[in-house]
Unconditional design. Structure first.
Length: 267
């Protein structure tokens, strides 16, 4: 409702001016490029909010990889209503399908290594839940949703707290002795400190694949390991093969290109 109000605060005056009232239409949603589809329920809901007389029939499943030219859905209803909802519905679907498509590429890049691709909190403001949903549609998994959900001690926390040990001690006052605490480490020395402090997972930040391999060997089975920092489709497999259990990728949500989709009306 907020998105529709943003796009048509006083109605769609072009459709009202050019399309006779009572005109009905059929519109076909098509993928113009290879796409992992995510957001079809939101696409459909957009039209139903505009006009409950709109009927949306999906032709593919959520999370499905489709080829260029694939018909994804059919929208039937009053032409004015269909055109009023068109841009908002496509904006949601193109954004989420773009996130899902990029996620699938990262997941495929590490296939067979046992490494899990995670998202981050680098999301579009007010779109986090939708974008994190799209990551799962693409085969990835969600890192913590927000600052209230889990403790992740990063470099600024460490600096402000006076060191890793002090930061972890403070964290234990919130989550208890058995609660989950993740600590970011930028050097092997910090990895050792995080282990000694009792971190449950160590985030290996901006290390090379060779450094990550050494860190993983140092950690062994004493904690989980995660790598992050400017991961690309070219480099991500080398990090996965270094032995980390998780790789978090900010670009899944902050840099995913919109999927190339079109909605064409056939009266």
């Amino acid at each position: 409702e907020a998105a529709l109000m943003e796009d048509a605060p006083r109605g769609d005056i072009t459709s009202q001016a050019t399309i006779p009232e009572g005109t009905r239409c059929v519109a076909t949603l098509t993928a113009k490029g290879e796409t992992v589809v995510a957001g079809l329920p939101l696409f459909a809901a957009t039209f139903r909010v505009v006009d409950e007389r709109c009927r949306i029939v999906p032709h593919v499943k959520e999370g499905e990889m489709v080829a260029p030219g694939t018909k994804l859905a059919t929208v039937t209803g009053p032409a004015r209503s269909v055109l009023t909802g068109e841009r908002v519905a496509l904006n949601f679907l193109q954004r989420l399908s773009g996130v899902a498509s990029l996620t699938r590429k990262f997941v495929d890049a590490v296939a067979g290594t046992g490494c899990v691709i995670l998202d981050t909190r680098k999301t579009t403001p007010l779109m986090r839940d939708l974008e994190k949903y799209a990551v799962t549609a693409g085969g990835g998994e969600n890192h913590r949703r927000d600052l209230s959900e889990a403790i992740l001690i990063k470099e600024n926390h460490i600096a402000a707290a006076g060191g890793i040990a002090k930061a972890v001690i403070g964290a234990r006052t919130i989550v208890g002795r058995r609660g989950f605490v993740e600590v970011e480490a930028e050097t092997l020395d910090q990895v050792k400190q995080a282990l000694e402090a009792g971190a449950n997972r160590i985030l290996l930040d901006n290390m090379t694949p060779a450094e990550v391999k050494k860190a993983v060997a140092l950690v062994g089975k004493k904690a989980e390991t995660e790598a992050s920092g400017n991961m690309t489709l070219t480099t991500v497999r080398r990090y996965a093969e270094a032995g980390v259990g998780y790789i978090s990728v900010g670009s899944l949500t902050h840099s995913a290109p919109a999927a190339d989709l079109s909605l064409r009306v056939d009266l």
